[in-house]
Design a protein around this ligand. Structure first.
Ligand SMILES: [Zn+2]
Ligand SMILES: [Zn+2]
Length: 533
C-alpha cells in the first residue's frame, strides 16, 4: 500500500494522508494549510488530492487543520462519503460554514484592495458557503469503538482521542492481495487530565505503522493549577489599569475551557465581580450548544458541572457584528474571548487592533501559535504587527499560558506509545515542527528502540510490513526554489533606473517630490527590516 503525505509533514497544519491499496484510494483528514503565504498556497492545489480517484474520507476531528478543505473537495468534484463521529459531524456543520464565511470575507477584502488599485483581475474565494453546506451533506456518523468497513478490505475503528469534543484516533486494517497491514493514525492526541475531555484511549491493535502527531514533542506542559493562577494574574494586571484582557481562543474547546476556568476563579473569589466577560464569536456560542448536546463525550467532572447550573456573573455573548463593535467603545476593563486562536482571522484581529497598542491592556495566549501566524509573531516578541491592513505597535503585556493545551505533552505521548508499541512497529512523526519532532524521535529511539521517521510534504511511502518504507518525493514541488540572485538583480536594476530618472524628479513641484521621497523612505524601511534578519 502507499501513503502520500499531503500536509502536516514537518509542520503542524494541513493534515491529510492519501491511502492507496489495491485500487482503493481514500483520505484520512482533509485539513486546511495555515501559516504564511507559501503554506496557504497549498490550499489551492487540491486537484492533487483527487487524482486519479478518491473514494471516501475518514475525519479524525473537527479542527479546521484536519477538516477545512472538505468544501474545496466538493468544489473539485468529490461526492463520496466522509466518516466522522457524531459530535464531529455537528461541529463540522457549523465550523465549515464559518470557515467558508472567512474565505468569502477575505476574498471580498482582497478584491476591494485590487479594485482600488485599478486591477481588473479579481480573486475567487477558496470556497463558498454553498460549497460548505454541500460538503456537510456528505458527512456520515460513526460510533466510537465499533469497527466498520467503508470499502472491501478496509476495516476502521474510531477510538476516543480526548483532545476536543468527538476527536478520535483511527485503527486501520487494510487487506490486499499481497497481505495485511495494520496502522494507527493518531489524529491529535489529548492531554490526560484536561478540562472537559476524557483521557485518550489506547489502541487495541499492534500496528505495523504508527502515524503520530508531535505538536509538543519537545516538552511537557505546565500544570493546570499554575495556568489558573497565570490567568488570574493576567486579569489582575489589566483590571487594575482599566485595560482590556484579550484572549484569542479557538471557538471550539478552548473557549469552553476558558469559560470553565473563569468559573473556577469565580468560585475561588479571584474574579472581580464588576468585570464584564464577552464571548465574541458566533461560532463559539454555537459550539457551546453542540457541547451541551453531547454530554456523553465529556468527562465526569464536566457533566457534573453542567448539571449543577452554576453560571458566571457578567458574561455576555455577542452574536452580531454590531454587538462586537460595541465592545470597542466600552470604557474600562473587560475580558474579551474571541476567535481565531492564532489571530489570523476572525473578530479577534479587530480587538487586537483596538487594544494591542495600549500598555494597560494585555493579550493572553492560551493555545498553540502556528509558524507564520500573527499570534506567533506577537508571542515571539514582534514590536509591531499588521492587523486588518494596519500596522500597530505592540505595547500591551503579553501572557502565554501553556497549561490549557488540548495536546499531549512529550511524556504523555511517550506513555501513549508505550501502551501498545512492539519491537517491529515503525513510527512516522507528523503534525509538528522539525526541532520538536527531532526531540521526540531521539527519545523514541533511545528509550523504546523504535524505528522513527519524519516524512516531508508530498512524500510517498510504500509500506510493506516488516520492511522499512520506500520513500519517494517530488522535492521541486514540495519546496519550490527561491532564486535570490534573480530577485536581487531585479532590485538593483530598478534602483539604477530610478537614479537615471533623478533629473526628472528634481524638476517636479516640491509637493510631488515629497510624495516620491516618502515612497523611497518606505522602500528603505523594508530593506532595513530585511537586513535585520
Ligand atoms: Zn486538533
Ligand atoms: Zn491538529
Amino acid at each position: 500500500m502507499k501513503v502520500t503525505l499531503l500536509g502536516a509533514a514537518r509542520t503542524v497544519t494541513g493534515s491529510c494522508y492519501m491511502i492507496e491499496a489495491d485500487g482503493r484510494r481514500f483520505g484520512i483528514d482533509c485539513g486546511m494549510h495555515q501559516g504564511n503565504k507559501d503554506m496557504e498556497k497549498r490550499n489551492w492545489e487540491t486537484a492533487l488530492y483527487m487524482k486519479p480517484r478518491l473514494d471516501f474520507f475518514l475525519i479524525t476531528h473537527a479542527h479546521i487543520d484536519h477538516s477545512g478543505l472538505l468544501p474545496r473537495m466538493w468544489r473539485e468534484g468529490f461526492k463520496g462519503p466522509v466518516y466522522c463521529t457524531e459530535p464531529t459531524l455537528d461541529l463540522l456543520r457549523i465550523m465549515l460554514l464559518d470557515s467558508a464565511h472567512i474565505q468569502e470575507t477575505d476574498a471580498k477584502w482582497e478584491n476591494t484592495k485590487l479594485m482600488r488599485k485599478g486591477s481588473k483581475q479579481l480573486v475567487e474565494p477558496l470556497y463558498t458557503r454553498a460549497d460548505a453546506e454541500a460538503a456537510a451533506k456528505l458527512l456520515k456518523p460513526v460510533k466510537l469503538n465499533q469497527p466498520f468497513a467503508p470499502a472491501a478490505g478496509v476495516k476502521v475503528t474510531y477510538r476516543d482521542a480526548g483532545h476536543i469534543l468527538g476527536a478520535a484516533f483511527l485503527e486501520l486494517q487494510v487487506t490486499e492481495a499481497a497481505g495485511g497491514t495494520s496502522l494507527v493514525f493518531s489524529g491529535d492526541i489529548g492531554r490526560p487530565g484536561a478540562l472537559l475531555m476524557n483521557d485518550p484511549d489506547n489502541p487495541r491493535i499492534k500496528p505495523d505503522y504508527l502515524f503520530m502527531e508531535s505538536t509538543y514533542g519537545d516538552r511537557d506542559h505546565k500544570s493546570e493549577g499554575s495556568s489558573l493562577q497565570e490567568l488570574a494574574e493576567a486579569i489582575e494586571y489589566s483590571y487594575r489599569r482599566r485595560g482590556k484582557i484579550i484572549i484569542p481562543a479557538f471557538a471550539v474547546e478552548r473557549t469552553q475551557e476558558v469559560l470553565y476556568s473563569l468559573l473556577q476563579l469565580n468560585q475561588e473569589g479571584k474574579l472581580p465581580q464588576d468585570l464584564p466577560i464577552f464571548v465574541d464569536s458566533p461560532l463559539a456560542i454555537r459550539a457551546t450548544e453542540v457541547f451541551l448536546n453531547h454530554p456523553g463525550y465529556l468527562d465526569d467532572d464536566s457533566r457534573a458541572m453542567m448539571k449543577s447550573g452554576i453560571t458566571l456573573p457578567n458574561v455576555r455573548f455577542s452574536l452580531t457584528a454590531d454587538e462586537s463593535r460595541a465592545i470597542n467603545t466600552l470604557e474600562g476593563s473587560a475580558v474579551i474571548i474571541s476567535a481565531s486562536g492564532m489571530c489570523n482571522a476572525g473578530r479577534v484581529r479587530h480587538h487586537l487592533r483596538h487594544n494591542i497598542w495600549d500598555p494597560n491592556s494585555c493579550v493572553v495566549f492560551v493555545g498553540y501559535q502556528g509558524m507564520g501566524t500573527p499570534g506567533r509573531k506577537i508571542v515571539d516578541g514582534a514590536k509591531t504587527i499588521t492587523l486588518v491592513g494596519d500596522e500597530v505597535a505592540i505595547k500591551a503585556k503579553i501572557f502565554t499560558i501553556n497549561g490549557f493545551s488540548a495536546h499531549a505533552g512529550q511524556s504523555q505521548l511517550m506513555e501513549w506509545v508505550k501502551s501498545f508499541m512492539h519491537p517491529s512497529m515503525q513510527v512516522m512523526l507528523m503534525h509538528g515542527e522539525p526541532q520538536k519532532q527531532q526531540a521526540l524521535a531521539d527519545l523514541l529511539r533511545e528509550r523504546c528502540q523504535l524505528k522513527v521517521q519524519m516524512p516531508d510534504y508530498l512524500e510517498e511511502l510504500v509500506l510493506t510490513p516488516g520492511k522499512a518504507p520506500q520513500v519517494q518525493q517530488d522535492a521541486a514541488r514540495a519546496h519550490p526554489g527561491i532564486n535570490w540572485d534573480v530577485l536581487l538583480g531585479d532590485s538593483e536594476g530598478k534602483l539604477a533606473e530610478l537614479r537615471a530618472q533623478l533629473a526628472a524628479f528634481r524638476a517636479l513641484p516640491w509637493e510631488e517630490q515629497a510624495e516620491l521621497r516618502d515612497s523611497l523612505l518606505e522602500v528603505n524601511a523594508r530593506l532595513l527590516s530585511l537586513l535585520a534578519h
